[in-house]
Design a binder for this molecule. Sequence first.
Ligand SMILES: Nc1ncnc2c1ncn2[C@@H]1O[C@H](COP(=O)(O)OP(=O)(O)O)[C@@H](O)[C@H]1O
Ligand SMILES: [Mg+2]
Length: 260
Amino acid sequence: MSPATPAAMRLAVVGKGGAGKSVISATLARLLARRGHRVLALDSDPLPGLSLSLGAGVPDDAPLNAAAERDEDGRWRLVKGIGPARAVQRFATDAPDGVRLLQIGKTGRQGLAANRASHNAFYQVIHRLDQVRSLDDWVILGDLPAGPRQTAFDWAPYARRFLLVVEPTWQSMLTARRIIRISRDMRDDVAFSLVVNKATAASDAERVEDFLGVGLLAIVPADDDVRDAERAGVSILDRAPDGPAVHAIETLATALDEHA
Ligand SMILES: Nc1ncnc2c1ncn2[C@@H]1O[C@H](COP(=O)(O)OP(=O)(O)O)[C@@H](O)[C@H]1O
Ligand SMILES: [Mg+2]
């Protein structure tokens, strides 16, 4: 492994809700960690997804709530003495295989208001991750929620490659095309790669690839074990490590390593 992580390993996983972003990000994060990469996983979805798919706990109280405060004018800022490096060091939590997980904070019973500090801290930290020298040789992998407000350019400033997770359905493909268009308008420094998920037919991947015009990195088949793992609240890596979904995500990890 080279000393500094190549830009290609600054990843954000994007796509329509339900396409499989959280399952794929979590599994990929752990597989990259097993290959010797240091991995920071960023969960920018207030609904629990990534942490469950990682097999990590969901803390009741967002750790990053301690990282932000309001200034005299009521504007949020990072607490004095806490820069992005320290925030990651102190408030990221441990996930299996040595992955470190930084979470935006869940929408709990009290709603978003309870985690306003955490959300603000998260936003500020991710916008300054490029300055954190101690993360230079880390893989950074963000799981983005669906929806226009969270479009990749604002919630993934650290990303140099967007992994588009797309199901072979029209809705999923159209959403992916929209994400590509919006992102290309906003940023010219990102690459796109395609992961076709829940594939059932041999022609699925080709159809999606042709439609989007984005290079295909992996095809993840529809795999009942993924749903079973979710029902049991465990990671697919712990539930069915030899199954077809995990196998396909392993090829994705290899492809990214080689691309990098
Ligand atoms: N390859 C797959 N085969 C079968 N089910 C899958 C697969 N990938 C994801 N799923 C299921 O699809 C649903 C959405 O997955 P999730 O990762 O939460 O999507 P997202 O984060 O994009 O909203 C979950 O119920 C998950 O178990
Ligand atoms: Mg999700």
